[in-house]
Design a protein around this ligand. Structure first.
Ligand code: HEC
Ligand code: HEC
Length: 299
């Protein structure tokens, strides 16, 4: 607690009046858009917010998310801001262990230092909950964190985000939100057998094997297989309310991310996201229903 208070005092002292409030408010904004609560809360079991325990089922095992409340023993309450930045920027724990990419630090690494500090400041204001982390349930080949070094060498590109000077400020803001905080690509880009995203060939082109076994649609502007027929307004409306152009509503994980996250985007930011997404190269890729969906496990 002392360290947390010291940090907040530091923020307060170093910034003009009102700026500390603005930092916390912006931290909360990134927290929502980043979906931290979605993964770190066991909503199915009405578990305490951010105390972890949600199961993430992947082809490489089942991950149980950790407690990221400011509890000192079981959460991240004893972490410094630098520890937190290192987790998001480098995918490493305070002790230096590599994190599994089930934690989308592969996207969060693109956040700016300033935005990571805002997130940290906000998280440290959340209620501390005592809840001991449970071990992941992984096949033998995925149990060694040391092996993640090789994985990172192939797939991980350390941030922060670099703006593209040939594009507008709005486009770059959209790129930052989509690639860093909102991590759209973590779900919408298909994964190669080692679990890394096929960024170079299938960026945002959808997959039948998305998180929790659900299919994730192609959101490149391909006319037949993607969202090429959607207008910018239709896309912003979808990110606000979940309503598709044909009047249907978003389901599954996307509904959760809209409800707890994307609907909080400012009008300008939602518009920037839409500009960026619709400017991507169209990729023809028909996403089939996943096996789980055929069995009727999703509506
Ligand atoms: C898609 C699910 C998912 C989302 C979204 C997510 N996390 Fe996590 N996070 C995980 C998983 C899984 C781990 C455990 C990784 C491991 O054990 O290697 C983790 C680990 C962490 C850790 C390390 C905790 C520890 O005890 O070592 C921190 C810190 C963290 N996440 C912060 C965040 C923040 C901040 C956000 C939002 C910006 C966020 N996470 C969003 C899945 C997620
Ligand atoms: C946690 C995984 C996840 C994340 C993150 C995510 N999506 Fe989705 N998205 C999905 C799923 C699953 C669906 C299918 C929803 C359904 O079945 O109705 C979907 C559907 C969509 C659709 C509807 C496409 C169609 O043809 O119906 C759009 C558009 C979309 N997402 C855009 C985005 C954008 C933009 C972002 C980032 C700002 C994003 N998504 C982040 C999982 C995700």
């Amino acid at each position: 607690l002392a360290r947390r208070v010291a940090y907040l005092l530091l923020v307060l002292a170093a910034t003009p009046a009102g700026a500390a409030d603005a930092t916390l408010a912006y931290g909360e904004y990134l927290y929502r858009v980043g979906g931290c609560e979605n993964c770190h809360t066991d909503r199915d079991a009405s578990g305490p917010v951010l105390a972890g325990g949600r199961k993430l089922v992947t082809p490489h095992g089942t991950f149980l998310t950790p407690n990221i409340t400011p509890d000192r023993e079981t959460g991240i309450g004893a972490w410094s801001a630098a520890d937190f930045v290192r987790a998001l920027r480098d995918g490493r724990s305070p002790a230096g262990a590599h994190y599994y990419p089930a934690f989308p630090y592969t996207s969060y690494t693109l956040l700016t230092d300033q935005d990571m500090h805002a997130l940290y400041a906000y998280l440290m204001t959340r209620p501390a909950v005592r809840r001991v982390n449970e071990p992941h349930q992984l096949p033998w080949y995925a149990r060694s964190r040391a092996a993640l070094r090789g994985w990172k060498w192939i797939y991980f590109r350390r941030g922060p985000f670099q703006a593209n000077p040939d594009r507008t400020g709005v486009w770059n803001r959209g790129a930052y939100l989509v690639r860093a905080a909102a991590h759209c690509s973590e779900c919408h880009t298909p994964r190669e057998p080692l679990g890394g995203p096929a960024i170079l060939t299938r960026y945002l082109a959808g997959t039948a094997d998305g998180p929790d076994g659900s299919a994730v649609p192609n959101i490149t502007p391909d006319a037949q297989t993607g969202i090429g027929s959607w207008t910018r307004q239709e896309l912003t409306e979808y990110l606000r309310s979940g309503m598709e152009p044909d009047g249907d509503f978003a389901g599954g994980l996307m509904a959760e991310y809209i409800d707890h996250g994307f609907k909080h985007l400012t009008v300008e930011d939602r518009d920037a996201v839409a500009e960026y997404v619709l400017s991507m190269p169209p990729i023809a890729h028909q996403v089939e229903e996943s096996d789980a969906e055929e069995r009727g496990e999703f509506d």
